[in-house]
Write a new protein. Structure first.
Length: 201
């Protein structure tokens, strides 16, 4: 009887151990899985976000005259006015920052300064990042309708150059500015620099 009882006890213990191993509530992998899913993840920046980060002008140095070139392009016309776009192109290998309005001076073909009145048109723009080889644009507008005291010579002398000083700089650049008169004693309107070329320019 003692041998039978011992055998029965051993069987019961074995069954209990098997039950514990098969208990679905005991799952060693559950804790590992939970710890993995709870780990914080940082998604990669999308291409658009990367471009925005690269284009952030904060912390960039100002664009300097010695790293820029100036050009006047386009030639829209309407209602006695002419329209063009003034471009500044970054010729360096490093991105820089530009913001605001250029300082302008009309010059005769021989470089002599002509009467010039510059009107800033519109609000100042926010800082713009100008990458290597990129161009920012300012809209130009002027009248070809002479005032009373300009009628005899039709606003002559005609300009040959537009002298351009970038914002916050003291060194001027020159852009060819021919084939037009600038009436009203050299009055010319200019917008702030923007990333996109004006439609009329």
């Amino acid at each position: 009887m003692i041998g039978v009882a011992f055998t029965a006890t051993a069987v019961l213990l074995a069954l209990a151990a098997c039950t514990a191993r098969s208990d679905p509530t005991v799952n060693p992998g559950a804790e590992s899985s939970a710890s993995v899913s709870a780990a914080p993840t940082t998604p990669d920046a999308t291409p658009t976000q990367q471009r925005r980060q690269l284009a952030d002008p904060n912390g960039m140095q100002r664009c300097h005259s010695n790293g820029l070139t100036a050009d006047v392009v386009g030639g829209g016309a309407g209602m006695g006015h002419r329209y063009a776009a003034l471009g500044l192109t970054n010729q360096t290998s490093t991105a820089c920052r530009i913001s605001g309005f250029p300082v302008l001076q009309l010059l005769a073909p021989d470089g002599t300064a002509l009467p010039t009145t510059v009107l800033q048109d519109g609000p100042a723009a926010t800082p713009i990042a100008v990458g290597p080889g990129q161009t920012v644009w300012a809209a130009l507008r002027w009248s070809v309708v002479e005032s009373d005291d300009e009628a005899a010579n039709h606003c002559a002398p005609n300009p040959g150059w537009l002298q351009v000083t970038p914002p916050d700089e003291s060194t001027a650049l020159r852009a060819a500015f021919t084939g037009t008169v600038v009436c009203q004693h050299g009055r010319i309107s200019v917008g702030a620099y923007l990333p996109d070329r004006p439609a009329d320019g």
